[in-house]
Design a binder for this molecule. Structure first.
Ligand SMILES: Nc1ncnc2c1ncn2[C@@H]1O[C@H](COP(=O)(O)OP(=O)(O)OP(=O)(O)O)[C@@H](O)[C@H]1O
Length: 637
């Protein structure tokens, strides 16, 4: 990445003579044209655009000077240092290229089309679109939800004009989209060589879409029929797992409307560090020595605490510097005497070796700076354990000292380099119970081991962990301990940890088996309710018995279920079951079937019919046909 542009961008080249959108009849707030700031679209902060201008002579020059200093101090650094070119973007080059190719492909020949950009908040999705539009000479026409006041005003106006009785956010959005697609922007004097090419950007969705995504789909279907310019949707991922992009743009709609999707990753720590270093150097220069240049360790702490959100990192940097300029006891000063620490776990391995490793507790303190939610997707959390990173002991760096020098000789084989992750914190941030986390580890750990003795030891630890949670009375308390035993046990057992590269992770087999078990319980209860037995008794006592009889039941559904559950047919599943792959954005939340035990006992309160979500007996019938199993006569003699 190149150097950031020098000096205060906000002060230069501000264009105030921008033209109102061609859709002047729409409420003002619903459209914002980036062409307003066409010459330097990123130079002026929103705050500045909205600031009322004073008339000449209204204030003294001193007052104006003070105001301008204040304004420059107040301006958010994210706006002041917003990127103006691809080289300045802290986004992976490939992602930028992908977006660029898509935009180029869909602006030429007025082809239109829809692009969906997803990724965590603050990873530079909007900045990328803005920069590319600037470079490709496109005008960005962006939808922003009108405020209630604007809605009210517009409806008043419309009432007066005797058109619609009231214009909802939804209808305004629809109108915006259709008109933006149909009409070119008005060309005004001073627009220079601006082209008619434009890009429609939607980041703000009318609330109605979250309640009824179908309404969005109807509008989009209409849009694609006449689409002339590219439409870009930006939807941020949420770590809580309620992915708006999946909800608003389900796969069927993406396929039907040929929506392209590009998924952004969090900003890489190295790129983020570069940006922060650049900004802090420029700001320190500008402050004429009033602001101390933050040390490397502090910048790294801000990077790691922001979890790949560059906006949050820059804001934290600005915030912490504010505290410093006025009071000598500022943030930089407090951090001044800290030992230099590295981004060991995020920078290259060679760098890690050179610098000292951090203790988990210190890492935790640093995470608190910037206050960004540090939740982990399950995929990443598992990766942190399975691809575990280790540092080196401080004493091992001393010349002549052998690894494990402090250990007695008979324990030397237990020597390991210190962990760079804290397994308990990783599990906590995955939002998953220790027991379930263990299941995922159990399913996936083998691929990461190279020695059979290590596997032996690891499986013992997993069994111990299982044992800790065996007793239902203490399960809640012991779950966390069990998880510590499993994670730390796995990490310790893997004595020959080798770099295995990317490995797909799978969901535990147990989940599938458990699901099937629950389905069978419900089906058994439903089909054999007249026996008034628990699902367990039905499946382990009654059905195996019935399976031995000839025509025990007249109901075909019952017969097929008896065949399915009452006989242990190993032939039915030759080889291993097909495992479900764990995707990288899968949330680490699982519904625990808490009511299961009670349900099993409550065998008299059976539902009258099977819920739709449950497998219907027909599934078993298909199995029966496949296997061609015949109920044999049971000879009790
Ligand atoms: N080098 C840089 N690369 C990317 N963004 C930068 C850079 N320097 C500063 N920024 C600022 O960081 C912010 C990045 O936020 P952006 O809106 O692009 O994120 P986003 O992925 O669209 O997330 P959200 O959906 O939450 O808005 C922007 O305000 C941008 O101006």
């Amino acid at each position: 990445m190149n150097e950031l542009p020098l000096g205060d961008k906000a002060a230069s080249g501000r264009v105030n003579r921008w033209v109102d959108p061609s859709f002047i009849d729409l409420p003002e707030g619903s459209i914002s044209l980036s062409a307003k700031r066409k010459d330097r679209p990123f130079l002026c902060s929103k705050a500045e655009l909205k600031r009322p201008r004073k008339r000449k002579g209204e204030a003294s020059s001193c007052h104006l000077l003070k105001e301008s200093i204040q304004r420059s101090q107040d301006e958010p650094w994210v706006d002041r240092y917003s990127p103006c070119s691809q080289a300045e973007l802290a986004v992976h080059k490939k992602k930028i290229e992908e977006v660029e190719n898509w935009i180029k492909g869909h602006t030429s020949m007025s082809k239109g089309g829809i692009l969906l950009l997803t990724g965590p908040s603050g990873c530079g999705k909007t900045a990328t679109v803005q920069v590319l539009s600037l470079e490709l000479g496109l005008r960005v026409q962006e939808w922003t939800n009108p405020t209630i006041l604007e809605l009210y005003n517009s409806s008043q106006c419309e009432l007066r004009m005797n058109s619609f009785s009231c214009s909802s956010q939804l209808s305004q959005f629809q109108e915006f989209l259709l008109r933006a697609n149909k009409y070119n922007c008005l060309k005004m004097a001073g627009d220079g060589e601006s082209t008619d090419m434009k890009l429609i950007l939607v980041e703000d969705f009318p609330n109605q879409f979250y309640r009824q995504p179908g309404t969005l789909h109807v509008i989009l279907r209409r849009f694609v029929k006449t689409s002339r310019c590219p439409l870009v949707f930006i939807v941020s991922d949420s770590l809580s797992g309620d992915s708006s992009s999946r909800f608003l743009f389900p796969r069927e709609i993406q396929e039907e409307l040929d929506i392209s999707t590009i998924s952004f990753n969090p900003v890489a720590p190295t790129a983020m560090l570069k940006v922060l270093t650049c900004i802090s150097t420029l700001e320190a220069k500008k402050s004429c020595g009033r602001m101390r240049v933050p040390d490397q360790a502090l910048l790294e702490a801000l990077c790691s605490g922001s979890s790949g959100d560059i906006r949050s990192a820059i804001n934290s940097l600005q915030f912490s510097s504010l505290a410093d300029t006025s009071l000598e006891q500022g943030f930089w000063r407090m951090k001044e005497d800290r030992p230099v620490k590295s981004l060991g776990r995020v920078l290259s391995r060679s760098n890690q070796r050179k610098k000292k490793s951090k203790q988990p507790k210190e890492q935790e303190e640093e995470q608190a700076i910037g206050g960004k939610d540090a939740s982990l997707f399950l995929f990443r959390a598992l990766g942190k354990i399975l691809h575990c990173k280790r540092g080196i002991h401080e004493d091992a760096e001393a010349p002549g000292s052998a690894p494990g020098a402090g250990l007695p000789s008979h324990l030397l084989h237990h020597y390991r380099e210190p962990l760079l992750v804290d397994p308990e914190i990783v599990v906590e941030r995955s939002h998953m119970s220790g027991e379930f986390f263990n299941l995922y580890l159990h399913q996936n750990y083998l691929d990461f081991f190279s020695e059979v003795e290590d596997v032996d030891r690891a499986s013992e630890y997993l069994s111990d962990a299982d044992l800790l949670t065996a007793d239902w009375m203490s399960r809640n308390t012991m779950g966390d301990y069990g998880c510590s035993v499993a994670t730390r046990g796995l990490l310790h057992s893997n004595s020959q940890q080798v770099y295995v590269g990317f490995r797909p992770l799978h969901k535990p087999n147990w989940l599938m088996v458990n699901k099937k078990h629950r389905e069978n319980c419900l089906t058994a209860q439903f089909l054999f309710r007249s026996f008034c037995l628990t699902p367990i008794s039905l499946q382990t006592e009654l059905l195996p018995y019935l399976a031995k009889l000839t025509n025990p039941m007249s109901n075909q559904a019952q017969i097929t279920f008896i065949q399915d559950v009452g006989q242990m047919v190993l032939r039915r599943f030759p080889g291993r079951l097909k495992l479900e792959t764990l995707t990288d954005k899968e949330p680490g939340k699982l519904e625990r079937d808490s009511g299961e035990e009670e349900k099993e006992e409550d065998h008299c309160g059976v539902e009258e019919s099977l819920p739709d979500s449950q497998p219907q007996p027909i599934t078993n019938q298909v199995l029966l046909m496949d296997e061609n199993v015949i109920i044999e006569e049971y000879n009790s003699d």
